[in-house]
Design a protein around this ligand. Sequence first.
Ligand code: KIV
Ligand code: NA
Length: 263
Amino acid sequence: MSNITLHTLTSLKEAGKKFTVLTAYDATFAHLMSTAGIEMILVGDSLGMVLQGNSSTLPVTLEEMAYHTRCVAQGNQGAMIMADLPFMTYATAEQCMSSAAKLMQAGAHLVKIEGGAWLADSIEMLATRGIPVCAHLGLTPQAVNKLGGYKVQGKDKSSALEMIEDARRLEEAGASLLLLECVPSLLAEEITRNASIPVIGIGAGPATDAQVLVLHDMLGITPGRRPKFTKNFMEGCNSIEGAILRYIDEVKNGTFPSEAQSF
Ligand code: KIV
Ligand code: NA
């Protein structure tokens, strides 16, 4: 398989075909999922929860993200690698650029940052210097304390309109991708329709151009309560590879996510 690039993902969007994203934090899983056909691997700061056992992503450091990005890059077979900039490593545009540079040098192909229109300057600064950026909107877990919990975002009219405007401004600033977490399906559909860049969804319904899940959630091994938008793909499968292949299949044929996994 030839290497996946932003061009591949944009072409898939234009052709009306879905692509798939999963989180990975090490070489073995990166190898397995990229070989199975996952187009993009997210080195998510969710590792603060699923690897480190914290109750939020806030404790994760840039050095830890760089370490896991290096591990993933070692095993990856041609997928795009997206790495999260962790909490408070992109508070200003200059800080965003120097933090992003560390993850790009660790092997990321693009970085993801959480927030709305205030990120426009940072995105423009990175994009003009050759670093593609994904803007994460909706439920932004690094802001959990401000949001007052892990809740669906954009439910009322004014917050929905604000998210539509944020998406527009961040694309205009030079974002290469958008990611929507925990937003009503209809709002995600509208943002996806308006955007000429690919939109990845998690808990955002079936209309986005791509889906992402946390690996541990889709393998059904995350301890405690699991969010409504996840699905255990190990059920009825006898291997991890089988579960990943089923996830790819269900996203591409439109059976995941269903109503049961959407808002
Ligand atoms: O860190 C992560 O895994 C993420 C996804 C939930 C989108 O940001
Ligand atoms: Na994240």
